[in-house]
Ligand binder design. Structure first.
Ligand code: ZN
Length: 426
C-alpha cells in the first residue's frame, strides 16, 4: 500500500490501446466460455464447494505461476466489491466521471494451495485512475485487523487480511506500477497475498468481471511481472450474475435514501444533537486542552519534556468534567454523607426517609437526559434501518460516521448507567 497518490495513467493508456486491438478476440473467448459447461472433473479434484471457475483465457499473455494456487471468491466479498464499485462507475454515470475504488480482502489460506476470500471491505473511493489513502484508512485497517484478531480468538479461526482489491472501470485487468507497489506491500509479508481487480465493463453473462493478480518475482520489486491466478466461485457464475444484478438494483434503489440518512447522522446527530445533549446534560469527560501537532522536532522535544514532567495533579488536569456531571456528583456525595451520618447516629426511620428522598431527587436530575438520549436512540434506529440495505457498500469514512455515533452514545450510556447503579445502591 502506498500513501502517495497513485497514478495508473501511463499503463492505462498503453493497456487501453492493447485492449482495443484485443477486444474482438476477448469477446470471442467469452462466448466460448459461455458455451462450455463447468467441468465436473475439475470440481472433484479441488473443492466441491466451489462450483464455477474462470478459464484463463488469452493464455499467450497469462503466465501461469510455478507454485500454482487458486483463489476462492465467495458471494459476500464479490457482492461488496461490485456493490461499492458500481456506486462510482456504472452506465448511468458519464464515463469520464467514473472513479476507481479500493478495499481489502479478508480470508484464509487452506493447505497452502487455496486462498479463501471471505470478505471484501470497501475502504476508499479514488479518482478516474488511482486511489489516495489517507491516515483514516490506515486507522481503519488496523481496527479491522484487531477486530479479526479478536473474533479469531473467540472462534479459533485464522482469518486475516489476505490482500486487496480495486477497480479499473473500463481499463481491464493489470497491475500498474503503483498497483505493483501496493501489491508488494501485501505480498512481501504474505507470499500468498493477492490483488483482485474488478472492471464492471468486463462483466458478461458468464464472466464476473474480476481477476486475481499477484506478482511473480518479489526480488524485482515493482518491475516484477504479474500473474493471473485462477478464480473459483462457490456458486454457478450464471447464478451469481443473476444475484448480483438484483443487488445492483437494490443498491440503486436504496443508496440515495441511505446516504441521506447517513448525512443526517453526521450533520444532525453528531454535529448538533449530541453536542447539545453534552452541553445541557454533559456526562462525558472532555479534553482539558487541545492536542497540538508540532512539526518542528525541537519544539516537539520541549513539549515532550513538559508533558513528562510529573506532578500529582497531571491526571485530574488532563480532563475536564462537564458542569452537569459535577453537579450530579456533588449531589450524590452530599446525599451519601448525610446518609452515613444518619446511619452512624442510628436513626433508621430518618435514614430510610432521606434515602428515598435523595434517590428521587437524583433520579429526577437524570430523567431529562435519559429521555433525550432515548429519543436520540430511536431517531438513530430509524435511520439505521434505512441505511441497512446499503451498509455493506459503505466505505471507511461512511462507516466511521456510524461508529463515531455508536462510540459516543455508548460512552454516555456507560456513565449514565453508572449513576443509576450508584443511586440504586444508596
Ligand atoms: Zn490499478
Amino acid at each position: 500500500m502506498s500513501e502517495k497518490k497513485t497514478n495508473d495513467n501511463e499503463d492505462l493508456i498503453e493497456l487501453k490501446n492493447k485492449r482495443e486491438s484485443q477486444s474482438k478476440k476477448t469477446k470471442k473467448n467469452h462466448e466460448k466460455d459461455f458455451s462450455k459447461p463447468v467441468s465436473k472433473e475439475i470440481n472433484n479434484i479441488f473443492d466441491s464447494q466451489f462450483l464455477s471457475t474462470d478459464s484463463l483465457r488469452d493464455k499467450t499473455k497469462i503466465i501461469t505461476s510455478p507454485n500454482i494456487f487458486t483463489v476462492h471468491l465467495s458471494w459476500k466479498p464479490y457482492k461488496r466489491i461490485v456493490g461499492y464499485a458500481i456506486r462510482y462507475a456504472n452506465d448511468n454515470i458519464d464515463k469520464k466521471d467514473w472513479c476507481e475504488v479500493y478495499g481489502i480482502l479478508i480470508g484464509k489460506i487452506e493447505e497452502n494451495k487455496r486462498i479463501i476470500v471471505k470478505d471484501a471491505i470497501p475502504l476508499v473511493k479514488g479518482g478516474r485512475t488511482g486511489v489516495e489513502l489517507e491516515p483514516i484508512h490506515y486507522v481503519d485497517l488496523s481496527q479491522i485487523d484487531s477486530s479479526i484478531y479478536e473474533r479469531d480468538i473467540e472462534n479459533k479461526k485464522t482469518d486475516f487480511i489476505i490482500g486487496w482489491w480495486h477497480t479499473h472501470p473500463g481499463f481491464g485487468f493489470f497491475f500498474s506500477p503503483v498497483d505493483r507497489e501496493t501489491q508488494l506491500g501485501y505480498q512481501i509479508p504474505n507470499p500468498f497475498a493477492i490483488g483482485l481487480v474488478f472492471d464492471h465493463t468486463e462483466r458478461t453473462s458468464n464472466f464476473l468481471g474480476i481477476r486475481a493478480l499477484r506478482l511473480m518475482d518479489l526480488d524485482r520489486g515493482i518491475t516484477s511481472d504479474y500473474d493471473i491466478v485462477e478464480l473459483r466461485y462457490d456458486q454457478d457464475k450464471k447464478k451469481i450474475n443473476h444475484k448480483i444484478n438484483k443487488i445492483i438494483e437494490k443498491i440503486t434503489e436504496n443508496m440515495e435514501k441511505g446516504l441521506k440518512e447517513l448525512e443526517e447522522i453526521e450533520n444532525l446527530l453528531l454535529k448538533k444533537t449530541l453536542p447539545q445533549l453534552q452541553k445541557k446534560f454533559g456526562l462525558i469527560l472532555g479534553p482539558k486542552r487541545d492536542i497540538k501537532v508540532i512539526l518542528d522536532e525541537q519544539d516537539a522535544k520541549m513539549d515532550e519534556n513538559k508533558f513528562y514532567t510529573w506532578y500529582p495533579e497531571a491526571f485530574t488536569k488532563k480532563y475536564r468534567k462537564p458542569k452537569f456531571r459535577l453537579k450530579l456528583e456533588a449531589e450524590i456525595e452530599k446525599s451519601k454523607a448525610i446518609l452515613k451520618d444518619l446511619r452512624e447516629k442510628n436513626q433508621p426511620v430518618k435514614y430510610q426517609e432521606s434515602k428515598v428522598k435523595f434517590q428521587k431527587k437524583i433520579k429526577e436530575m437524570i430523567s431529562k437526559p435519559n429521555k433525550l438520549i432515548n429519543k436520540i436512540m430511536s431517531d438513530f434506529g430509524k435511520k439505521i434501518e434505512l441505511i441497512y440495505p446499503i451498509y455493506d457498500y459503505l466505505d471507511t469514512n461512511e462507516r466511521k460516521t456510524i461508529e463515531h455515533f455508536e462510540e459516543w452514545i455508548s460512552e454516555y450510556f456507560k456513565v449514565l448507567d453508572k449513576f443509576k447503579i450508584t443511586i440504586a445502591n444508596f
